[in-house]
Design a protein around this ligand. Structure first.
Ligand SMILES: NC(=O)C1=CN([C@@H]2O[C@H](COP(=O)(O)OP(=O)(O)OC[C@H]3O[C@@H](n4cnc5c(N)ncnc54)[C@H](OP(=O)(O)O)[C@@H]3O)[C@@H](O)[C@H]2O)C=CC1
Ligand SMILES: O=C(O)C1=N[C@H](C(=O)O)C[C@H](O)C1
Length: 268
């Protein structure tokens, strides 16, 4: 049976890629596409928006009007919009795949609570390569341990509104957890002025925002005499969109619970 998908944030950078990925994937059906009420794209055809030709699916604004048409809502919007969609999906018992980043700890708690009622995949990065990189980071941190300085450098396009990226923060959490550190206590976000010598157990974050960079992450493990750099570079948003479609198909086997791409890809 094909999975019927609705896309929130359909006119966004990721939304347009998701429309195309949905149409390309034979195992899923694009059932509906959503934008906010003020969007100039309401009523536009989703296929035309994604430059793949008319699909006879108009962009709508009210999730309640399409609730019977889809099984999984894929949401790449903003934290506030995602939480509004989450409340509706919980009320109507619909599954969600959430790619939005930039949630506060309190907002994340709301997602965890909702996952007691519905099944959710929440992942700051849906690419297979980044999720493999997460595993490589665990190994690097285990082997290099306390002998190295760890820095996380990320670069994204000029339109990105959250920093550090959700992926960079997840990388920091993985490294910190592997080394028995608390990221909230050891993270250092950028440096300026008289910083004093670097403390070994800190994990540094550096953020670049420029041009049309799709998404690049490097974790540096720098010791004395050598260093290891683990880098992932995304060159197309289609890699994230394909991952989200895969997650939407995977979540159909779950009724409740909070999962991420490590679960979807069997990397847990
Ligand atoms: N997990 C992953 O693999 C990835 C995650 N992301 C994350 O996804 C999110 C979106 O990224 P991106 O596509 O680049 O951003 P965009 O700003 O291009 O897209 C977001 C879209 O959501 C729309 N939107 C805002 N509020 C609502 C609402 N209430 N209902 C429906 N639609 C709404 C925006 O409309 P308007 O522009 O008019 O405000 C816009 O069209 C970010 O948090 C980003 O970090 C991005 C790439 C990969
Ligand atoms: O906003 C983006 O573009 C991206 N955001 C995600 C993040 O914050 O990690 C993932 C990807 O790198 C692109």
């Amino acid at each position: 049976m094909k999975t019927h998908i609705a896309i929130a944030g359909a006119a966004g950078r990721m939304g347009r890629q998701l429309i195309e990925a949905c149409i390309q994937a034979s195992e899923v059906v694009l059932a509906a596409a959503l934008e906010h009420p003020q969007s100039s794209f309401i009523g536009s055809d989703a296929g035309e928006l994604a430059s793949i030709g008319k699909q006879n699916i108009n962009i709508v604004t009210d999730l309640n009007t399409i609730i019977s048409q889809f099984e999984v809502l894929i949401d790449f919007t903003t934290p506030e919009a995602t939480l509004a969609h989450l409340a509706k999906c919980q009320a109507m018992t619909k599954r969600m795949v959430i790619g939005t980043t930039g949630f506060s700890a309190q907002q994340r708690q709301l997602i965890e609570q909702a996952a007691q009622k519905i099944a959710i995949v929440l992942a700051p990065n849906m690419s297979v390569g980044v999720n493999l990189t997460f595993k490589l980071l665990e190994i690097a941190a285990q082997v290099l341990g306390e002998e190295v300085d760890i820095e996380i450098i990320e670069a994204h396009h000029r339109h990105k509104v959250d920093a550090p990226s959700g992926t960079a923060l997840r990388m920091g959490e993985i490294v910190a957890q592997t080394l028995g550190r608390n990221l909230a206590e050891c993270a250092v976000y950028g440096r300026q002025g008289k910083t004093n010598e670097r403390a070994r157990r800190t994990i540094g974050f550096e953020t670049i925002r420029a041009g049309d960079i799709v998404g690049e992450h490097t974790v540096l493990f720098a010791g004395t005499g050598e260093r290891v750099e683990i880098t992932h570079k995304a060159s197309s948003r289609m890699t994230f969109a394909k991952g989200a479609i895969r997650a939407a198909q995977w979540i159909m086997q779950k009724e409740i619970g909070l999962f991420d791409m490590q679960d979807v890809l069997g990397l847990r």
